[in-house]
Ligand binder design. Structure first.
Ligand code: G3P
Length: 299
């Protein structure tokens, strides 16, 4: 009996890794491509940089047609509405537009609006004091949140403490590749946060992000990240190599300086954790710069 595309998809979907797989991208065409390739996509993460690269957004920019902030938001809404039905229960993460001066009130207002766009939204807030205030109020209102640009164990502890009592799982997104970029072993952060959360109530899930290689992906599975968000290129490589999973003998090739484990009490108030990190600041600046430089070409 010849196999049908639907059967192939089922067969591939049977090879589920231990972590949910999210696509890190802003193009629904890529989501379809990856769903066909793997047989499933559990969810998707977007951010201002990725949305600015969306083909339709790029076309509008190239046409010279100026876009107001409302039109930019409408484009973002159109994109996530196209992605939403293509993915599984890990949802679609939508990032608020925040610079270093954006207040929690302003982020929350955007978060509420974005949450109304699709039924499976996770609102992304940066891991700053204002972002965590917005997240705390969001979960109290029943919004699902994803705290992004996490670069330290203290930041992850603050996310945990700020979102206690959340009804839906909260995501925290530690960025592996960007820690590697500054000579640290980004994978250590995933291991340390998982170890710390083992003493908690399980309401925060680790979403390994800034994944740049197959080794980042395999090691994230190995450390038990509940979710991974992965660019198309790395998922294609994973598929081409037969969707491998780490076996019992797996070990990550050491890279960069080790990130030390910290003993942190998750029951402390979130404001008591030191959440400052230069890469969080740089990450916010980069999102703003990428987004504005692309869209402002048109105005
Ligand atoms: O998931 C976060 C991601 O989009 C950032 O990746 O490679 O720019 O550090 P990268």
């Amino acid at each position: 009996m010849s196999s049908t595309p639907a059967m192939n998809r089922q067969a591939k979907a049977a090879r589920r890794p231990p972590s949910k797989i999210l696509l890190d991208g802003g193009d629904p065409g890529e989501t379809k491509h990856i769903r066909d390739l793997l047989g499933f996509v559990d969810g998707q993460t977007t951010n201002p940089t990725l949305i600015a690269k969306n083909p339709e957004v790029a076309r509008l920019v190239k046409s010279g047609q100026p876009m107001s902030e409302n039109q930019e938001a409408a484009e973002y809404r159109t994109i996530v509405r196209q992605i939403s039905p293509l993915v599984g229960d890990a949802g679609v993460s939508i990032e608020v537009f925040a610079d270093l001066d954006t207040t929690a009130d302003a982020m929350l207002e955007q978060g509420r609006e974005m949450n109304s766009w699709i039924p499976n939204a996770y609102i992304k807030y940066p891991c700053t004091a204002q972002g965590l205030k917005a997240a705390q109020r969001s979960v109290a209102e029943g919004l699902r949140v994803n705290i992004t640009l996490c670069f330290s164990q203290s930041q992850a502890a603050a996310v945990y403490a700020a979102t206690k009592g959340a009804k839906a799982p909260v995501y925290v997104s530690p960025f592996i590749g960007r820690l590697d970029d500054i000579g640290q072993n980004g994978m250590d952060l995933i291991a340390n946060i998982k170890r710390m959360f083992a003493a908690g109530d399980g309401h925060v899930l680790v979403l390994a992000a800034s994944i740049r290689s197959l080794q980042h992906l395999l090691c994230s599975f190995h450390y038990g990240a509940e979710l991974v968000t992965v660019p198309t290129k790395v998922l294609e490589e994973w598929a081409q190599t037969g969707m491998p999973l780490p076996d019992a003998s797996y070990s990550y090739p050491p890279t960069g300086k080790a990130i030390a484990w910290e003993e942190l009490d998750l029951n402390r108030p979130w404001e008591s954790f030191d959440i400052r990190h230069e890469l969080t600041t740089k990450g916010i600046q980069k999102f703003v710069a990428d987004y504005r430089s692309t869209l402002r070409q048109a105005s």
